[in-house]
Design a protein around this ligand. Sequence first.
Ligand SMILES: Nc1nc2c(ncn2[C@@H]2O[C@H](COP(=O)(O)OP(=O)(O)OP(=O)(O)O)[C@@H](O)[C@H]2O)c(=O)[nH]1
Ligand SMILES: [Mg+2]
Length: 311
Amino acid sequence: MSILDKFKSGDPVALARIISHIENRGPETEKILAEIYPKTGRAHTVGITGPPGAGKSTIVDKLCALYLERGQTVGIIAVDPSSPFTGGALLGDRIRMQDLAVNPNVFIRSMATRGSTGGLALATTEVIRALDAFGKEFILVETVGVGQVELDVAEACDTTVVVLVPESGDSIQAMKAGLMEIADIFVVNKADREGAQRLVSELNMMVDVKRDKAGRDLPVVSTQATNNGGVAELLTKIDAEYERLKVGDNFKQHRKKMIRYDIIKTIEHRFKSRLLDEILPNEKLDQFVEKIYAGQGNPYDLAQKIIDNLK
Ligand SMILES: Nc1nc2c(ncn2[C@@H]2O[C@H](COP(=O)(O)OP(=O)(O)OP(=O)(O)O)[C@@H](O)[C@H]2O)c(=O)[nH]1
Ligand SMILES: [Mg+2]
């Protein structure tokens, strides 16, 4: 049986191999993705993002347990742009998910910079699609911080949960970091800490302003993840978000947005690798730099000439 046949028959080893393919990006990667694409679009993908140590992994852990209780299957991806490690070892350290890791209904993977030569955000998106095609009903994607990778990953998910804590600064900080734009649900975790209630109130006020503009209600949920406090309520809000997406034209629009994202990201990646590998490898670039430095030509004419020569 080929790896794709095994994947289609639900073999988790085949899923793991396809994910490694995506990370290492061999010549066959895009063929594999094309092959599994028709099966995508059935999962609810939920991005969980927020500052380091906010309790994202704890929340993912508890949410996962609730999904399993409901008899559903879960895929978990932990994305860490700052880490050179990949492949799952790291995740075991950071979240105490040993119980979940051996559950056949859960598939856990961590992604880091190394091994994702096509860019971490693109690789993560493709792993999301692979888990979706494999048939996981819920896909939880944990990302740390608010860099471009996180914003891209948020765009590739159906629903984005932004986790804040009293000590991560005030709600204005979240605004500045662009979290307001990507959040579908706010979580104030560590409700046991001082200042949690104030942060909830601040966020609610901000959400009210946003609702006036966008016409939709952004839930703010208070949790104490370590003892499961508020996690069931968070799940209710996540489910409600999915229901909202499915109403009327929303889902069509949303699916189209995803397709648009996948097209653009894939083309961006292919252009970039062609530019770096073929069109303008380092030695060639060095030659151009020397020439322009010596007073021959300028970057703008050169760029135009290169673009004109593209077929
Ligand atoms: N007091 C308190 N501590 C919590 C709560 N939730 C999580 N923690 C603790 O906060 C620490 C960080 O939790 P994690 O779940 O690893 O946080 P994270 O956001 O995944 O961290 P990174 O992945 O490193 O960014 C751990 O020691 C948790 O036990 C909570 O509700 N209250
Ligand atoms: Mg974590």
